[in-house]
Design a protein around this ligand. Structure first.
Ligand SMILES: [Zn+2]
Length: 477
């Protein structure tokens, strides 16, 4: 079977932030998909990284009395540490301060200029330092930036503008036809709505911001940090062995849809590059019913959670709790509950009791030619097909629902057939029942791997050695 190339990205995270549960959410989702495609034999590449330029970084470095480069170097490890704690195996980690990336950014802008899509103009407007972008009056809430709660400052400068307005028809066509797919549907409609209101040209350079990629042909300017960051998806294909442009999927939070579904594809159209196949914007969550803020985000620190419950339980709970494209709520209580019920009582207990009985009743079990997950049901659909379909559509909670329906059914089967009675009355039936449960567990083992790699490995070993050990031991509070 020919292997498919897959190229999946997360946003590159702003290095001045502490990795929080929101970053973890997108990155875990990308990791699950990457592991899923690799398990199927595809040639998958998963890119993440850090966004390290801009005025805010330069200022923060200065406050610490450090050079910006030294400052960002000191911050990158905290992201790598978080991803390690969550058992995230990216294939490439890109940094926007990588010299090669900076060069490619400058070349990219040069191509935009050559294509006639850049013009220098004077610009005056309200600017949010926190967002590092100009902000229009109607975006303000009580005169303040809704994201930062701070009043924007009046700002005037000469900038290079990207002539986005010229590209709106082509962009609209690419989105409407799904040549460039924006998902979920609600987000697609939101983007088309914005395009229909008319797109204005956007500034893509900054004056007097030294900490950035060089703007071609103008030493007084650097490339606007957002544009610099977007180009990472493309520059990575020239920096790393493996990923091929175009990207198959950009996973993002819905707050950065504007950049990913409008600015980025328009820039690519302008230089006649292929468009990414899909941008998928996931929802936001509240934490224990409260809007996420810096202090709350830290209260549910992904590293601390994975130390307490294990990376797998965090990965599982966060993707199981609510559909990926929607808003939802997460809390430590919810993770603890999932750990105890779904993982401990359902899955862990099922493996343990099955192996205990196999040993006790001295049953012969082993892999069969066809797993029950590959046996079609009355509608001709196998469990694996249902699971694959859900994951391919980024329905993570749906895929997990497929898996945990099996574990529920198997536990129910044990209660119904009562192997401990069959042992006395019908040894043949006992062997059939337990053989089926055992080989169903081999299937479950395969399906949980992308979500819970460590548990899958432990479970596989137990199914082989027939020595049960608790997969999710009780956590003492
Ligand atoms: Zn802001």
């Amino acid at each position: 079977m020919a292997s498919n190339n897959k190229y999946i990205t997360t946003p590159i995270y702003y290095v001045n932030d502490v990795p929080h549960i929101g970053h973890a959410y997108t990155t875990i989702a990308a990791d699950v998909l990457n592991r899923f495609y690799k398990q199927k034999g595809d040639n998958s590449f998963f890119l993440t990284g850090t966004d390290e330029h801009g005025a805010k970084i330069a200022e923060a470095a200065e406050e610490k009395g450090e050079t910006p480069k030294k400052f960002v170097d000191s911050l990158v490890p905290q992201f790598k540490k978080a991803w390690e704690a969550l058992d995230i195996e990216y294939d490439g980690f890109i940094r926007t301060t990588d010299k090669k990336h900076e060069e490619i950014v400058t070349e990219f802008i040069k191509k935009l200029q050559d294509a006639g899509y850049v013009e220098k103009r004077k610009y005056e407007g309200l600017y949010c330092v926190g967002c590092e972008k100009f902000i229009s009056e109607d975006e303000l809430e009580d005169g303040k930036c809704p994201h930062h709660g701070k009043e924007p400052v009046k700002h005037s400068e000469e900038n290079h503008f990207f002539l986005l307005s010229k590209l709106q028809d082509k962009l609209k066509q690419a989105i409407e036809s799904d040549e460039f797919k924006v998902a979920p549907e609600a987000r697609k409609n939101e983007v088309l709505g914005k395009i229909n209101q008319g797109l204005e040209d956007v500034s893509i350079s900054r004056q007097a911001v030294e900490w950035g990629a060089k703007f071609p042909g103008d030493d007084t300017q650097t490339v606007y940090v957002w544009v610099d960051a977007l180009i990472n998806y493309y520059s990575a294909t020239k920096i790393f062995e493996g990923p091929k442009w175009p990207a198959d999927l950009h996973l993002i939070g819905k707050d950065i849809l504007w950049f990913h579904a409008i600015i980025w594809p328009a820039m690519l159209i302008a230089i006649h590059e292929k468009l990414p196949k899909e941008v998928f914007a996931h929802g936001f969550f509240t934490i224990g019913g409260k809007k996420m803020s810096k202090s709350l985000g830290n209260a549910i620190d992904p590293i601390a959670l994975s130390e307490k419950y294990g990376a797998d339980a965090v990965r599982y709970a966060i993707l199981r709790e609510f559909p990926f494209g929607e808003d939802g709520d997460i809390s430590e209580e919810k993770i603890a509950e999932r750990y105890k019920t779904d993982l401990g009582n359902e899955l862990g207990n099922l493996v343990q009791r099955t192996l205990t009985m196999v040993n006790k009743y001295e049953l012969e079990v082993g892999p069969t030619e066809t797993l029950s997950i590959d046996t079609p049901d009355v509608d001709g659909v196998t469990i694996r097909e249902a699971y694959d379909k859900a994951l391919t559509n980024l329905d993570f909670s749906g895929a997990l629902e497929v898996v945990f329906r099996i574990t529920r059914d198997l536990n129910a089967e044990i209660e119904r057939k009562k192997p401990w009675e069959l042992e006395k009355t019908d040894k043949n039936e006992l062997a059939v029942v337990m053989g089926f449960i055992y080989q169903s567990l081999l299937g479950v083992n395969e399906l949980i791997l992308p979500f819970m790699p460590e548990t899958a490995e432990k479970m596989k070993k137990q199914l082989k050695t027939l020595k049960p050990e608790p997969l999710f031991p009780r956590i003492e509070e």
